[in-house]
Write a protein that binds this ligand. Structure first.
Ligand SMILES: Nc1ncnc2c1ncn2[C@@H]1O[C@H](COP(=O)(O)OP(=O)(O)O)[C@@H](O)[C@H]1O
Ligand SMILES: [Mg+2]
Length: 325
């Protein structure tokens, strides 16, 4: 068998705050150029997971299991090596570009700093401007001369987000991570950002992990989709598996729902996502699930592979599959 090269692999990943597990036994791996979308309501542990993949720790925050980047274990790696990886090979798109940018600096100076930070020795402003223009043009941003001279407040929110994505690509990273990169935008800007991410995928073969509470947005570009609930991947599969052959009742609820701007689902799904406790009994979704049977409240469903690409954590998988067939 040919050994596959994976950019990122997470195995039995647990992430806790104050000794309470938030991310619980997450397993996945992504290939070069693959786009993984992670979807779940707010409070499902998405941000906690994404930060852990970059080994960004807060106080009382513990990461256990394995996270391998290009075969190299990141858990336990020294901070200096991690910092280098984060700058050069793994890049992060902020949730809200306008607030993430330093408002006192022009876009030209933002690019200049980003480039200098990760290179030995300085680069002249003229040269960094040229690099910045090239990359922005590749992302189909128009009038790059004007953009470079502008301050963030002179650009729209959508434009700032697109500039930040271009800036995140400047060092040609292998992996790009985004925490709700379109959620703060209006529908038109959302679409432009998505088109920009599509261009990235086809032009650079960069692997991407984006999280969102909006399955509709993610499904426009993701190759693979993970549905997160109560810190677990309750369903995981190819775009087709999730969009056309969803099995888990939570995935079905997400497909049917339109989320509010704050990430809550008010229509189509009663109740609230679980609050995290040390010992959580049974399936995290049991209290909101119309298919719940007594066993669901007592035992935790294991990951079951129903095809080579599709995994589900639900005791009623068999009946729910027959339902579709
Ligand atoms: N800094 C923190 N300190 C303690 N607990 C946290 C912290 N951040 C997140 N949590 C816990 O993790 C849960 C999931 O949060 P988060 O990962 O931000 O979810 P999401 O991004 O899906 O909305 C929160 O409900 C909270 O219990
Ligand atoms: Mg979040």
């Amino acid at each position: 068998m040919v050994q596959e090269d994976y950019i990122l692999e997470a195995e039995k990943l647990y992430v806790s705050y104050n000794e309470i597990d938030i991310v619980r036994n997450v397993n996945f791996r992504i290939r070069k150029g693959e786009f993984l979308g992670i979807v779940g309501e707010s409070g499902s542990g998405k941000t906690t997971l994404l930060r852990a993949l970059m080994m960004l720790k807060r106080k009382n925050n513990d990461i256990k299991g394995n996270v391998r980047f290009q075969g190299r274990e990141l858990i336990g790696l020294d901070e200096e090596s991690l910092r280098r990886l984060r700058g050069m090979e793994i890049s992060m798109i902020p949730q809200n570009a306008v607030t993430a940018m330093d408002g006192t600096k022009t876009i030209s100076s933002l690019f200049h700093e980003t480039i200098c930070m990760h290179r030995d020795g300085k680069i002249r402003r003229r040269d960094s401007d040229k690099l910045a223009s090239q990359i922005m043009e590749k992302m189909r941003l128009e009038d790059t001369g004007r953009i470079l001279k502008a301050y963030p407040f002179e650009l729209s929110g959508g434009m700032c987000q697109r500039v930040m994505i271009a800036a995140a690509m400047i060092n040609n990273p292998k992996l790009m991570l985004g925490d709700e990169p379109t959620s703060a935008l209006d529908v038109t800007s959302q679409l432009q950002v998505i088109q920009e991410l599509e261009l990235l995928k086809s032009n650079y073969q960069v692997s991407m992990i984006m999280i969102s509470h909006n399955l509709g947005v993610i499904s426009r570009i993701a190759d693979t989709i993970a549905i997160m609930y109560g810190g677990r991947f309750v369903e995981y599969g190819s775009h087709e598996d999730i969009i056309r052959h969803a099995v888990h009742p939570y995935t079905k609820a997400l497909l049917a729902a339109v989320p509010d701007a704050d990430g809550k689902i008010s229509k189509g799904l009663p109740g609230l996502p679980p609050t995290f406790e040390k010992e959580m009994k049974g399936c995290p979704f049991a209290s909101r699930c119309e298919y719940c049977i007594p066993r669901c409240r007592k035992e935790l469903p294991e990951d079951v592979a129903i095809s080579l690409t599709h995994r589900v954590q639900c005791f009623r998988t068999k009946e729910l599959q027959d339902d579709i067939a």
